[in-house]
Ligand binder design. Structure first.
Ligand SMILES: [Zn+2]
Length: 110
């Protein structure tokens, strides 16, 4: 099974849209070795690398690893994690599958 990392993030519940929750997003980008990050952390490279080390701004698909802690709803939607200069700067709204190139889990903006 492919390794992934997790990012602690505060997002809107994708099951109801009615509350803000803290979740762990599973994603695969840069070094993937079950690293656990919070917003503001700098990602590393060099182990099971995924992506483009030269990219400046990247959106990465992150999937919540559990149901909503508030309402118990299933959180099946990917969220868009923004990485700028190898720093995890934030999580935007839901990931749009149309951004996804075939077989990829990230989009390099520039
Ligand atoms: Zn909820």
């Amino acid at each position: 099974m492919a390794a992934f990392n997790t990012l602690e993030a505060r997002v809107v519940c994708s099951a109801t849209g009615a509350h803000v929750i803290d979740v762990r997003l599973q994603y695969r980008y840069a070094a993937t070795q079950q690293y656990h990050y919070v917003i503001g952390d700098r990602i590393s490279w060099g182990i099971n690398d995924v992506g483009e080390p030269t990219a400046q701004r990247v959106l990465v698909a992150g999937l919540p690893d559990a149901d909503c802690p508030s309402c118990g709803g299933a959180l099946e939607a990917d969220h868009a994690i923004l990485i700028v200069g190898d720093v995890l700067v934030g999580v935007g709204g839901l990931w749009d599958p149309r951004w996804l190139a075939e077989g990829e889990q990230f989009v390099a903006i520039d």
